[in-house]
Write a protein that binds this ligand. Structure first.
Ligand code: TRP
Length: 375
């Protein structure tokens, strides 16, 4: 069946048709004209943009307007601490890092430690606190500018957050929340309120600067419904509309069609930021869905299908060298590159990436205090 997929902030499943998702969500594609305009400022484009991994936006043009007027904007993104960080989480953060470096701007990083507590029956506040501490190391390890990056937990910055969240909540009716998120009468009222907490950081640039300051949110497209709410409320509270720049999902090792996006809940098919080279090797070799043929002979003769091959998909996210990527695509398609060898290339690429990450993660332990918002 066509269009048999679901994308909400709490559930992503099925084979996603990103073009119809753009229409369904009422967001805009990142078209060549906009990318050209961006490129004038960044002198080159991140490979995520060239490969359409970041593929859609809302109000991104208003951010470029600000840049062209010589005004600073803020970046904002977040991570709900419910378990260890995996490769999929890191995709928007890599892009945030690139944007921060290119525009030399502040980044607000929200850790909504109440979110997964409210939405997941089994998670205690003690556990979300523990995962916050762990996840913050991975966030710092992304290499964000310590002078321009502030990380905060919602429960610890309640003093700053709560009154603004109330202002947001007052402007959202239950019926809007129900139709945006699909809530029913059996959701708890904390779940309904939570979206106001995710909206507030989009307004913090203006609140903290004491003057109208625009905000750009790089995130995966499942978070967009929250920011529709944000923008519904923004003009009513005197804030500028918030911009988003939106990514596709990194598939789980079994592929989008079988397990959806990479998810911490299925450990064997998820690559975590702290996995050892051996673990990465074993997971990919054993589980990565292959676009190869059943026999060596057939593969050599007919070639493989890189478009459904998960190892190849991972290379599009983590192998920066576009020439090499193209070569791999062609060789796999023609049958000269075998599945085992493609998997090895992917293992090496990811292990190289994680080795650097883990070294920075180790150093991050001493830097936590510098990164936390004083609130
Ligand atoms: N809801 C996000 C999650 O489940 C966390 C989050 C909070 C977030 N604020 C954000 C994500 C802003 C992207 C952008 O992990």
């Amino acid at each position: 069946m066509a269009n048999d997929f679901t994308v909400t902030p709490w559930e992503v499943s099925g084979e996603i048709d990103y073009d119809s998702l753009i229409r369904e969500f009422g967001v805009k594609p990142l078209d060549d004209k906009l990318l050209e305009r961006l490129e004038k400022h960044t002198k080159g484009l991140h490979y995520f943009l060239k490969r359409k991994i970041f593929f859609a936006h809302t109000y991104f043009d208003t951010i470029l307007d600000q840049v062209e007027k010589g005004k600073k904007f803020y970046l904002y993104t977040g991570r709900a601490p419910s378990g260890p960080v995996h490769l999929g989480h890191m995709v928007p953060w890599m892009f945030c890092k690139w944007l921060q470096d290119k525009f030399n701007v502040n980044l607000l990083f929200q850790i909504p430690d109440e979110e997964k507590f409210l939405f997941n029956e089994n998670l205690t506040m003690e556990e979300t606190k523990k995962w916050s501490d762990e996840n913050i190391l991975d966030i710092i390890a992304m290499g964000f500018n310590p002078k321009k990056t502030k990380i905060f937990l919602d429960t610890e910055c309640a003093n700053l957050m709560y009154r603004h969240a109330c202002s947001v909540a007052k402007k959202i009716t239950l019926s809007t929340a129900k139709s945006t998120f699909g809530f029913t009468d059996s959701n708890n009222i904390g779940e309904v309120f939570y979206t106001s907490m995710q909206s507030v950081p989009a307004f913090l640039p203006t609140i903290l600067e004491g003057k109208t300051t625009y905000c750009l949110i790089p995130c995966a497209i499942d978070q967009q419904p929250h920011f529709f709410m944000t923008n519904d409320v923004a003009p009513k509270l005197g804030y500028p509309k918030t911009a988003t720049i939106l990514s596709r999902f990194l598939p789980g090792l079994q592929g989008m069609h079988k397990e959806g996006k990479m998810s911490s809940s299925i450990e064997s098919t998820t690559i975590f930021a702290t996995d050892t080279p051996r673990q990465v090797h074993d997971k990919i070799m054993k589980y990565a869905f292959s676009g190869g043929r059943d026999t060596l002979e057939e593969h050599r003769k007919l070639g493989g299908n890189p478009d459904v091959d998960v190892s190849y998909q991972y290379l599009t996210f983590f192998l920066e060298d576009s020439k090499k990527l193209e070569q791999i695509y062609n060789d796999y398609k023609s049958g000269t590159l075998l599945t085992g060898d493609l998997k090895k290339l992917t293992v090496d690429t990811i292990n190289k990436f994680l080795k650097k990450h883990q070294a920075r993660r180790q150093k991050a332990k001493k830097m936590v205090r510098k990164f936390m918002l004083k609130c």
